[in-house]
Ligand binder design. Structure first.
Ligand code: TYM
Length: 332
């Protein structure tokens, strides 16, 4: 039966606290796809990707485990999803090398995330430059059909599709072309304090984002102080009212109500009342995650990751051998 299921793959970097942007842009879909019998789902903590920006090794090690714990708290169930740590499956790096030999440097030069990071002062290195190639390897290594991500990963996904097609053209049909799954609303949740930039875990100001383990009173405070504008009408207008539009999107996806319905209800009555309603919707949305997080302990998480790595290596090795054979690195 498993053969007929579509394979879902996605990843998260253990670079910092997971936040509401990731939840609404991607992780909600991770859980929904796991809960749908039509899919065989694989989720990966991409620690090799996270090494491309400066980090402290001891803190990094802790964050890898914390990120896995948070993924479990989201509702990812190891009996129904394969969850593992990227660095424990060496086939990722090997396939990245093979795909790297098919990647023109001109394509990498156009990657906006790379350019943005370097512009922000992150030291450029070969790993950071080749980041999207490793991401393509993650996806192709499991013959993924569907990749649930937020809008900021669109260009990387395009490159993964392109690399799958290049490989197939050059060496024969090997990899399915993966499709991105990006939500219509909340694909790009914006920063609370600076609503023209995306909510980001690398942002030094924690007021800009809502972390998935923020207690209710912290969530209320952050939303109350979210940047808005001086015209007190609640209306969706990304250009003129980026702060309010962001809050409308957040409330729409967390309540299941349309943006039109919400702007009708909250149009007048002031921002205070609207923000309170948004805060309560977010508090309710994140409550089950916080509750599950409190029940998980490190040993259990480590056991789940060890088993996940074993299963992932077995699956990856089978596909990797096909790729090796295709490129002329067959068994001797
Ligand atoms: P990462 O760790 O930055 O983010 C994890 C997921 O959260 C989404 N996301 C957002 N969505 C909406 N609004 C936001 N403000 C927001 N911030 C983050 C991201 O789009 C992502 O889906 N390169 C990836 C990790 C990765 C990966 C992969 C993903 C490595 N290999 C293979 C899919 C498939 C990243 O940095 O995600």
């Amino acid at each position: 039966m498993t053969e007929q299921k579509k394979t879902v793959f996605s990843g998260v970097q253990p670079t910092g606290a997971m936040h509401l942007g990731g939840w609404l842009g991607a992780f909600r879909n991770w859980v929904a796809l796991q809960d749908d019998d039509a899919y065989d789902v694989i989720y990966c903590i991409v620690d090799l990707h996270a090494m491309t920006t400066p980090y402290d090794p001891a803190e990094f090690n802790r964050r890898r485990l914390d990120t896995a714990k948070m993924v479990l708290a989201l509702g990812i169930d190891p009996d129904r999803s394969l969850l593992y740590m990227q660095s424990q499956v060496p086939q990722h790096a090997e396939l990245a090398w093979i795909l790297g030999t098919l990647t023109p440097t001109g394509v990498l030069n156009r990657m906006t995330q790379y350019k943005d990071k370097v512009e922000k002062g992150i030291p450029s290195n070969l790993g950071l430059y080749a980041y999207p190639v490793l991401m393509a390897a993650d996806i192709l290594l499991f013959h993924a059909d569907l990749v649930p991500v937020g809008d900021d990963q669109k260009q990387h996904l395009e490159m993964s599709r392109d690399l799958a097609a290049r490989f197939n053209n050059r060496f024969g049909d090997t990899f399915p072309i993966p499709e991105p799954l990006i939500p219509e609303t909340s694909a790009r949740v914006m920063s609370l304090a600076e609503p023209t930039a995306k909510m980001s875990k690398s942002d030094p100001n924690p007021k800009n984002r809502i972390d998935l383990d923020d207690p209710p009173d912290v969530i209320r405070k952050k939303i109350k102080s979210a940047m808005t504008d001086s015209d007190p009408t609640v209306r969706y207008d990304v250009e003129q009212k980026p702060g309010i539009s962001n809050l409308l999107e957040i409330m729409s996806v967390t309540t299941g109500r349309t943006i039109d319905e919400l702007s009708d209800e909250y149009e007048t009555g002031g921002y205070g009342r609207f923000k309170e309603a948004v805060a309560e919707a977010v508090v309710a949305e994140l409550a089950p995650i916080r509750a599950r997080l409190a029940t998980l302990d490190d040993d259990e998480v480590a056991r789940i990751l060890q088993k996940g790595a074993l299963d992932a290596r077995t699956r990856a090795e089978r596909i990797q051998q096909e790729a090796r054979d295709a490129v002329g690195l067959g068994r001797i």
